[in-house]
Write a protein of this length. Structure first.
Length: 272
């Protein structure tokens, strides 16, 4: 696991494990147990409906450099991408740096993780609900929210870059919801391994409702300035439906924790 947010993760470890929450109202819920995550798909999927709280378990929690390895294998850097990657010093992955050299803006500055890193690194439980014109996603990690417009609007043609971009979605069929996101701030990383991107990045999410209690998420990265071809950051990642009566725990990587990380760890480590 990355050295990120030592204080937060230690606190998370202290949260009680709930082997079953189906019969009681639950506060400060950290996620499904390993056994609950193994529950097989059951019941038919409702039509065009993502409503509920969903959890990918340990598979949603990145940090092993998997996305960066996919990028290297599937979509080699362009010359610009290679130069950008050299400037990033992650704590994980094949290009991991000594602690004193890490410049991850999430852990050293307390910047937002941004998008799509919210999907590739700390994809903790996420609550989804729908209105006639939007799909709204509430993420446990960072306590962030995203609006995906479904009213037929086009994406902006010259967007001012944002941490979480601009998103539109449509139902490809009764079980598959497809999201396109652009206008992403290039200060953010694609993943925990320091994979860079430009403001031309386009991210596609595909949510396929396999059954009543299971979703599959596929995430495609497309940035022609940085990578020679599109590549998969997530490929049919399964998410399980969480009981409706749980209150999700708060997990916010605060700027004060980033300062403590820099002071107590980085500043006391001599680069070799």
């Amino acid at each position: 696991m990355h050295k990120h947010f030592v204080v937060s993760l230690v606190a998370c470890a202290a949260v009680l494990t709930f082997s079953s929450v189906s019969g009681a109202q639950t506060w400060n819920y950290a996620g499904l147990s390993n056994e609950e995550l193994k529950t097989p798909p059951s019941g038919p999927a409702p039509t065009r409906d993502l409503t509920g709280t969903w959890d990918a378990g340990g598979a949603g929690i990145g940090g092993s450099g998997q996305a960066d390895e996919r990028a290297a294998a599937q979509a080699p850097f362009t010359p610009l991408g290679l130069e950008m990657a050299k400037k990033f010093k992650p704590g994980n992955g094949p290009r991991s740096a000594p602690v004193a050299e890490i410049n991850d803006p999430l852990s050293t500055l307390g910047d937002p993780s941004g998008f799509p890193r919210l999907l590739t690194f700390e994809l903790r439980p996420v609550q989804m609900f729908q209105t006639p014109t939007q799909v709204v996603m509430l993420y446990m990690f960072e306590k962030r929210w995203r609006v995906i417009w479904t009213d037929g609007r086009a994406l902006p043609t010259d967007p001012d870059p944002r941490w979480y971009g601009y998103s539109v979605g449509r139902w490809e069929d009764d079980a598959t919801f497809v999201v396109q996101t652009i206008g992403l701030d290039d200060r953010t990383w694609i993943d925990n391994s320091g994979s860079p991107h430009s403001t031309d990045l386009r991210v596609e999410e595909r949510y396929r409702r396999v059954s009543q209690n299971m979703l599959e998420l596929t995430v495609t990265i497309d940035d022609q300035k940085v990578y020679t071809k599109p590549w998969l950051a997530r490929n049919k990642l399964p998410l399980r439906l969480v009981p409706a009566n749980v209150d999700l725990m708060e997990m916010i990587p605060a700027a004060s924790e980033a300062q403590a990380y820099t002071k107590d760890i980085s500043s006391q480590t001599t680069a070799k």
